[in-house]
Ligand binder design. Structure first.
Ligand SMILES: Nc1nc2c(c(=O)[nH]1)N[C@H]1C(S)=C(S)[C@@H](COP(=O)(O)OP(=O)(O)OC[C@H]3O[C@@H](n4cnc5c(=O)[nH]c(N)nc54)[C@H](O)[C@@H]3O)O[C@H]1N2
Ligand SMILES: Nc1nc2c(c(=O)[nH]1)N[C@H]1C(S)=C(S)[C@@H](COP(=O)(O)OP(=O)(O)OC[C@H]3O[C@@H](n4cnc5c(=O)[nH]c(N)nc54)[C@H](O)[C@@H]3O)O[C@H]1N2
Ligand code: SF4
Ligand SMILES: [Mo]
Length: 921
């Protein structure tokens, strides 16, 4: 059933072979590093404890043969080009593609470690019905029958799909076609609702179409870059490197002092939610200073609204910034011609997210700073195909090809193109409403694909209950056990990154191929094909009869004649009939200009400035006096189903945490590294307190990554309310009213184990290590028998060596099997202070001597990992900085190699050179 795969190949390690298609914009403006993998170094999955491909069930797997494949990174919207060289045993060596115009060879820590995530342990390899293995025929028939019956009985709006910005364009196109054109409902929404919906709505209001006008090259050509609501150094690391290479002044607007802010020329730590006031104030200032492009103004409506912009005093009161800070920022923006304003989830994920987007776009429209070299507003996309999903109409309020559900001519054109029996004629349920409709019984059959809403949706506990309430739930995933797969009646195994063929569109509208370089494992099937098989079985064999991804893509490119003919920018028609296998990265409009709107030719005729507003502040109340901010860490991706497989990526930050200001911590009796419980009216989580002035008083920050699979109670979205922006339907994921309390567990613990440890204690958080696993623990009651507890935890009946002191509350247990350390538990009444790297290294090696908890004499403790690629710890770095007098990131690199591969840790290294850095652990 697998599609034809003829990826272009190149000789491993050598220069691109002549048979490779030329890539647009090759060469590169900035230095290429990380292009050549270390021999036997990162990228090989050989050292992971995973079963090898072909060894497992499913049989008949062809081993991948030599040669390398050009593809695109699985993760963020930067869309870096990757060269994957399969090792023939199911793994692959990964390098940056020096010719890809997104990254010119660079990769961040996550991209560099892609090879470590290819193992098959934990993968979903066969269809499951009711938790029991089933054949594809049985599973697909069941899905088609249940959907058909439900529609027949309750109408097309009684079913829904919830899909993902990690879908390839082909997957997305097929899902959208099935729901909107054949089932005849618009009840297909996507996790992009949580991510890009406010940018989509803002673009449509300002330009008349969802278009990002600029290119990555603008980041190098700009003189000023404003990063607002964006932690670029951690979330789009390769773009951050391009920003730094360009040498522009950088301003960061973020309530939190992020690593991105550390490296900026100016950090405006505004009050959460005051973004609209800040940007509206800038618009007023631009008018006041006469910094308006009068020629461009002829192409823009709404200029007069700027008269109602807030005054400097009003902006200062709203943002909590000083007038001096505001004047400095406004003056810099006003006098700099080449300015790019990059924004992301600190802007989109708010109850006034669309207004925030437009407040930024307004300033660029008023000054004509758009579509020209080095200037423009720049919404950076999160997921690898956030942009592609928008093109094919994956959101519940749009049609494919940037056309509108509300427009009868658009509907007719789409239905005509598909020759479909139906066409959705009203908006479908947007994510938050969709799961509410699951809760109250309106949705009776639900298909979730490539996303983990039981973790990532606001009101996640209620969403979990809502999914349980749906009579028939299908989940397509690559993993056998996720919080959402556990709720499925039918679980369908999808092929994952490296196994599937298709296209993705990155933040600068550049379409790149993802190419398979590994065989499909077990019985896994490509997502587009799974959906097409269901479409066929529902009675539409012809409309869903493609034989490979290339045919789907071809149909899609032809469809963009519709957007072109309706005067939209989106146009892929020049790619019709292209050589899909050899396709080089290309921007849309294909064959058109790279930058858009410099001439003021907007799809709607004129650009639109929205009247400035003051914005909406996050809620707080007496019971919930803190504002909870949420977001990402450098080395983890979302719900960790992929990055959690890599030991390198798991050790940068190995457990859920909450940043809390020292004054708040002191007032509430929260000790550094103590445990806290944060709670809202919707739910609660437990995490490690990180006492830091990176957050302001009254604010907290917690990461989104931990799930029911990786921690006891740390799904941050359990707390977040499903309050949405009225224009975009995007939930306010960043500003939640919560309370925080110190917890006083009876004991704290740390464990390492060669087998996957499992606990049922008040708190636990599990992470991969090179030789197995580690777990942070805390318990409400002290176990009566520590040895039994340790054996149970590690799942081994090994010989135990112990140091037990009941009066001091100390318990240390080493479990020795065949003379090697199979597990170790350290417990104490206080958070356990010991050298975690030392213990991790001893696993599978040393014996009872680990009970000392520290390396022997003369062996320094490296501390927590900063550089993931070379595993360099913070203590090693701080010591070298002090002892060798290192003064730059380059010198640290020369001395320790840290920061010399992917460079994602360079901002953190820079911070360690600062005098206040101290050794940890
Ligand atoms: N390492 C890593 N990289 C990723 C991802 C990942 O999971 N891990 N995910 C990808 C995806 S899908 C996305 S969408 C992007 C997200 O990329 P980003 O948007 O950069 O990431 P976040 O950490 O969600 O949030 C960005 C910042 O918004 C700030 N913020 C919170 N409230 C406000 C506010 O009111 N105003 C302003 N101005 N700022 C505020 C937060 O403090 C935070 O630092 O990252 C992508 N890249
Ligand atoms: N509080 C708060 N909540 C947030 C955010 C926030 O900043 N704060 N950010 C939001 C944003 S921007 C996003 S994008 C979401 C992300 O949230 P999710 O989309 O829920 O997170 P992922 O872990 O990326 O889920 C992807 C799932 O698809 C599976 N998968 C991977 N590859 C494939 C494939 O090829 N096919 C199939 N069928 N499955 C596959 C993975 O195993 C995983 O289970 O979270 C949102 N939630
Ligand atoms: S910046 Fe990192 S995660 Fe994003 S596409 Fe590039 S390598 Fe992948
Ligand atoms: Mo996202």
């Amino acid at each position: 059933m697998s599609s034809s795969r003829k990826p272009p190949s190149l000789d491993a390690g050598g220069p691109p072979s002549p048979s490779l298609p030329p890539l647009a914009g090759g060469g590169g403006r900035f230095a290429v590093s990380g292009a050549t993998p270390e021999p036997g170094g990162f990228g090989s999955s050989g050292d992971s404890p995973s079963p090898r491909r072909g060894e497992g069930r499913g049989g008949g797997l062809t081993p991948s043969h030599g040669g390398a494949t050009r593809t695109t990174c699985a993760y963020c919207g930067v869309g870096c080009g990757v060269i994957a060289s399969p090792d023939g045993q199911g793994g692959a060596t990964i390098a940056g593609d020096p010719d890809h115009p997104a990254n010119f060879g660079r990769l961040c820590s996550k991209g560099s470690a892609l090879g470590e995530t290819l193992g098959l342990d934990g993968r979903l390899l066969t269809p499951q019905v009711g938790g029991v293995e089933a054949s594809w025929d049985a599973a697909l028939d069941l899905v088609a029958d249940r959907f058909r019956e439900t529609i027949a009985e309750h109408g097309p709006d009684s079913v829904a799909f919830y899909v993902s910005g990690q879908f390839l364009t082909e997957d997305y196109y097929v899902a959208n076609k099935l729901m909107k054109g054949f089932i005849g409902s618009a009840n297909i929404d996507t996790n992009s609702r949580l991510c890009m919906a406010s940018s989509v709505a803002g673009h449509k209001r300002a330009f008349g179409e969802d278009v990002v006008p600029g290119t990555y090259a603008d980041l190098e050509e700009a003189e000023l870059i404003v990063l607002t609501g964006s932690n670029l150094a951690w979330c789009h690391p390769v773009l951050h490197q391009r920003v730094q290479a360009g040498g522009a002044k950088v301003v960061v607007i973020d309530p939190r002092r992020t690593v991105t802010a550390d490296g900026a020329d100016m950090h405006l730590a505004l009050r959460p939610g005051s973004d609209v006031a800040l940007w509206s104030g800038l618009l007023g200032h631009l008018f006041g200073e006469g910094c308006i492009d009068l020629d461009f103004a002829a192409h823009v409506e709404g200029m007069a609204g700027a008269a109602s912009a807030p005054t400097l005093a009003q902006v200062a009161a709203a943002t909590g910034l000083t007038k001096q800070e505001l004047r400095a920022f406004y003056a810099l923006w006003t006098r700099t011609e080449k300015v790019v304003s990059v924004y992301s989830q600190g802007v989109n994920q708010a109850a006034d997210g669309t207004d925030r987007v437009n407040a930024i776009l307004d300033c660029h429209l008023a000054t004509g700073r758009i579509g020209k070299s080095g200037c423009g507003p720049f919404s950076v996309t999160g997921q690898p195909n956030a942009m592609g999903g928008r093109e094919v109409g994956g959101l519940a309020n749009m049609l494919a090809a940037h056309l509108d559900l509300e427009n009868a001519a658009h509907r007719e054109a789409v239905q005509g193109f598909w020759a479909s029996p139906a066409i959705a004629d009203k908006q479908g349920l947007k994510a938050v409403d969709l799961f509410r409709a699951c809760a109250d019984g309106r949705v009776k059959a639900l298909w979730i694909m490539c996303t983990n809403p039981a973790v990532s949706m606001p009101e996640a506990d209620a969403v979990r209950a809502a999914i349980r309430n749906v009579p028939f739930v299908v989940v397509s995933d690559i993993e056998a056990e996720t919080d959402t797969v556990r709720l499925a009646d039918v679980a369908l195994p999808a092929t994952g990154w490296g196994e599937k063929d298709g296209t993705v569109t990155n933040s600068e509208r550049r379409i790149s191929r993802q190419r398979a370089f590994l065989p499909a494992p077990g019985e896994a099937m490509d997502d587009w094909r799974i959906i097409a098989e269901v479409g066929k079985r529902m009675g539409w064999a012809e409309a869903f009869g493609w034989s490979c991804a290339a045919e789907v893509f071809d149909e899609w490119t032809r469809m963009t004649a519709l957007s072109r003919d309706f005067g939209k920018v989106l146009d892929l028609t020049a790619l019709e009939g292209c050589d899909y296998d050899a396709m080089a990265p290309v921007m849309w409009p294909v064959g058109g200009p790279e930058r858009l709107f410099a001439d003021g030719a907007f799809p709607r005729g004129k650009g639109q400035i929205l009247a400035p507003r003051m914005g909406e502040m996050p809620l707080r109340d007496r019971r919930h006096p803190f504002t909870l901010n949420t977001g990402r860490v450098r080395d983890h991706w979302h719900t960790m189903t992929r990055t959690g497989r890599s030991a390198k990526l798991s050790l940068h930050i190995a457990e859920p945490f909450v940043e809390v200001h020292p004054a708040d911590a002191a007032a509430l009796g929260i000790a550094p590294a103590g445990l806290v419980r944060i709670a809202s009216a919707h739910g609660a989580m437990i995490a490690r307190a990180q006492v830091t002035d990176r957050v302001a008083r009254g604010q907290l920050f917690a990461p989104i990554h931990w799930t029911g699979e990786t921690a006891s109670t740390a799904r941050v979205d359990a707390l977040v309310e499903g309050r949405v922006d009225p224009v975009s339907g995007q939930p306010a994921l960043k500003g939640m009213a919560v309370e925080i309390k110190a917890l006083a567990p009876a004991w704290y613990g740390f464990c390492v184990s060669t087998a996957r440890p499992a606990a049922d204690t008040l708190y636990w958080a599990r992470a991969r290590t090179a030789a197995g696993w580690q777990m942070e623990l805390a318990g409400a009651e002290t176990p009566g028998d520590w040895v039994a507890f340790a054996r149970d935890l590690c799942g081994v009946e090994a010989e135990a060596v112990t140091v037990l002191d009941a009066t001091k509350g100390i318990a240390r247990v080493a479990l020795i099997a065949d003379g090697r350390l199979a597990g170790a538990l350290f417990a104490a009444r206080e958070p356990v202070a010991l050298s975690r790297p030392h213990l991790r290294d001893a696993l599978g090696e040393g014996g009872a001597e680990v009970l000392a908890g520290r390396p022997g004499n003369g062996m320094p403790d490296p501390g927590p990992v900063v550089c993931a690629c070379f595993g360099v710890g913070v203590n090693t770095i701080v010591t070298a900085v002090a002892e060798q007098g290192l003064v730059s990131v380059e010198e640290i690199g020369a001395a320790l190699k840290a920061g010399t591969n992917c460079g994602a840790c360079r901002p953190e290294l820079a911070a360690l050179i600062a005098p206040r850095a101290v050794a940890a652990e």
